[in-house]
Write a protein that binds this ligand. Structure first.
Ligand SMILES: [Zn+2]
Length: 257
């Protein structure tokens, strides 16, 4: 399984910055989990193949690139961009983003070869297939309707928490899976901002360490979704905590799991 977090901000030499504002993880060049930087950072290969987007929740940093991606492609699409998400998340997208005021309602617009965009409501704890990959959403704890996601092919499973203040849903769900090669977890704030993290339903390094101790078995953990302003502080605190099997996910790097 090939996985890459697409960058949204860059260093002076053009290389991806470790400090990222947007979340977007592309799997096998054909499906993305969240779409924060999808339109801005997709390669031509991704643009030509990726027609499925799984959205964990409707916060802007996870959806910002979705309207722009559909807008970029809609005139030339042979098949619609399919958006897979909880029904409540789809309702927010239609009401607050694709509402003709913020952006056109692409679910009602067809290009020369057919519809531009269609919604595929997903339910928690039920499997669905996207082009040979199996997906399952699990509950996240993040104030708004949110989910994490497990992705499997015939050999490999990975999981991604999305934004969450707890790993309860992840722990319950991955017990049913084998060959979990990577768990991508959020850790938005440093410990000094524990109160803000709690109020906004995110994790800090100490909270993450406690939550990871509840995993049903050991597996490699990759930290993502660190608030850019606090990136170095969060990384230093995670390093000091010496959490086994944990590393920081590198933006722009292609992982093969
Ligand atoms: Zn969020």
């Amino acid at each position: 399984m090939k996985v890459q977090q697409l960058p949204s901000s860059f260093e002076e030499d053009g290389s991806p910055s470790a400090r990222q504002h947007l979340a977007c993880f592309v799997v096998n060049d054909i499906v993305s989990i969240d779409a924060g930087s999808l339109a801005m950072a997709a390669t031509d290969i991704i643009r030509s193949q990726l027609r499925d987007v799984v959205i964990t929740h409707a916060h802007l940093d996870h959806i910002a690139g979705l309207p722009l991606y559909v807008d970029d492609l809609f005139a030339t699409l042979d098949s619609p961009i399919k958006v897979h998400a909880l029904r409540e998340v789809i309702e927010v997208l239609e009401r607050d983003v694709f509402n003709w005021s913020v952006f056109p309602r692409f679910s009602e617009i067809s290009g020369s070869r057919g519809p531009s965009m269609e919604y595929h409501p997903a339910e928690l704890d039920k499997c669905f297939d996207i082009r040979g990959l199996q997906f399952q959403l699990f509950p996240a704890s993040h104030q708004v309707p949110s989910a994490g996601v497990v992705i499997s092919d015939t050999e490999t499973t990975i999981a991604l928490t999305g934004d969450t203040s707890s790993l309860e849903g992840l722990c319950k769900t991955i017990g049913d899976f084998r060959n979990v090669k990577a768990v991508l977890v959020e850790c938005a704030f440093p410990d000094g901002l524990a109160e803000i993290a709690k109020r906004s339903h995110h994790m800090t390094p100490t909270v993450l360490k406690g939550e990871l101790s509840k995993l049903p078995y050991d597996c490699p953990v990759f930290v993502t979704n660190i608030k850019p302003r606090y990136h170095d502080q969060v990384v230093n605190e995670l390093t000091d905590l010496k959490i086994p099997n944990l590393e920081i996910m590198e933006v722009g790097r292609t992982y093969f799991w």
